[in-house]
Design a protein around this ligand. Structure first.
Ligand code: SAM
Ligand code: SF4
Ligand code: SF4
Length: 386
């Protein structure tokens, strides 16, 4: 193995997030039209909001134990956006055209009283008067207890991460000895609560859990009457702590071929533009599977996602090296001494999106597949969410 295709594990125990710049307010703030598009013609459709940088798992591909140990400095409570601050920003994003909000983390269900935030977000309406597509990504560890309350608060659906059916492999991957059975109980509770269509995400790491691909496919096609869609995610070079190596990526095309050998598949059309997963249907009618090929097939061309960090920094790409500090607009006074107004913050968000040019995966795909990712401080998945 060459040294070029290894990203060194970086000790980030005292490092803060990548730098963020104070957004510029246009001189004459224009009202949001709901039709914003970026420098490459991509609309703003999807907002992912991270509600905590903490997690009770230590998945080696995301929060490796040797970095996220007892010395790691998580954000203090005062740095986190409050629910009121999140709602204020979410409303402005919705005015700009966001139709879907996904809560993430860290582990979002560790944020206290999250149901309250969901209730608040569920009141938002798009400019054409429709309710938001409100969803959440979770490791499922406390979902069995919370699914019904989340549904009652207004959450529409959930995505649950699960990397293996085999208990020993799963316990090793989450690295906190957490059992598969408890996540499966969470999935069952989500089905029972009506939090569907439910998606289950499996990150595939060659040499770690590839033997779990077929058992996972079998379990989810056989047990839920097509109500749960399993999606295979290529292991990504996100962040700087997971020691990513190209030779640990199992391309989706290989995963799909493997599944098709056991369960014949037919391709499906994307259900909406900007969809990250390529969808396939089991020929025998037992539901669907999806493939998210973030490494081998760039989908930057219609990437319509913005990401808001736990501390209120806006990132335009999962691989961004700097954010836009919206929290300062919420908390610091305008130079005139008054608070910033909503129209000013909305105009700042609009300007940031219209200037967006990010397309990391596309640029990466034009380089040799075994080359290392560009160096530089990058956001961690646990900080910004998936
Ligand atoms: N803790 C929650 C969970 O695990 O579902 C939400 C946050 S987690 C960062 C969001 C998603 O990112 C999960 O589905 C996880 O598997 C995925 N993820 C994390 N690191 C990844 C990596 N290096 N490559 C691909 N997916 C990754
Ligand atoms: Fe936690 Fe999710 Fe990252 Fe795993 S993938 S360490 S569950 S944030
Ligand atoms: Fe979107 Fe960035 Fe991923 Fe491309 S690399 S799909 S721009 S998040």
């Amino acid at each position: 193995m060459s040294e070029r295709n290894i990203i060194a594990i970086v000790d980030q125990r005292s490092a803060s997030a990548p730098p963020a710049t104070l957004p510029r307010i246009p001189e004459l703030p224009a009202a949001p039209t709901g039709l914003l598009s970026d420098g490459r013609g991509r609309p703003l459709h999807d907002l992912r909001i991270s509600v905590t940088d903490r997690c009770n798992f230590r998945c080696s591909y995301c929060m490796p134990k040797e970095v996220f140990d007892k010395h790691h400095q998580f954000l203090p409570q005062s740095a986190l956006l409050s629910f009121e601050e999140i709602l204020r920003l979410a409303r402005l994003f919705v005015a700009h055209g966001v139709h879907k909000i996904r809560l993430t983390g860290g582990e979002p269900l560790l944020r206290k009283h999250l149901e309250r935030l969901i209730e608040m977000l569920a009141t938002l309406r798009t400019p054409d008067g429709t309710a938001l597509d409100l969803t959440l990504t979770t490791n499922g560890s406390v979902l069995a207890r919370k699914a019904a309350a989340l549904k009652a608060a207004g959450l529409q659906r959930v995505t649950i991460s699960l990397d293996a059916m085999d208990d020993a492999i799963f316990r090793r991957m989450n690295d906190v000895d957490f059992p598969v059975a408890d996540v499966l109980a969470g999935i069952d509770a989500a089905v029972a609560a009506g939090l569907g269509p439910i998606k289950v995400n499996m990150v595939v790491k060659r040499g770690t859990n590839e033997q779990e691909i077929v058992p996972m496919a079998r379990h989810f096609r056989d047990h839920y009457g097509g109500q749960v869609v399993l999606r295979f995610i290529e292991y990504m070079d996100v962040g700087a702590t997971n020691g990513w190596r190209m030779d640990e990526v199992l391309p989706s095309a290989d995963v799909q071929r493997l599944i098709a050998q056991h369960f014949p598949l037919d391709a499906l059309e994307p259900s909406q533009p900007g969809e990250t997963a390529e969808r396939w249907r089991y020929r025998d009618g037992r539901g669907e599977v999806g493939f998210i090929s973030s490494v081998t097939q760039a989908f930057c061309g219609d990437c319509n996602r913005a990401r808001l960090s736990t501390e209120g920094q806006l990132y335009l790409c999962l691989f961004a090296q700097h954010g836009h500090d919206l929290r300062s607009l919420l908390r610091q006074p305008h130079p005139d001494g008054r608070p910033y107004r909503d129209d000013e913050i909305a105009a700042a968000i609009g300007l940031i999106w219209t200037q967006r040019d990010d397309r990391y995966s596309q640029l990466r795909a034009s380089q040799p597949m075994d080359s290392a990712s560009p160096s530089g401080r990058r956001i961690e998945m646990s900080y910004i969410g998936g």
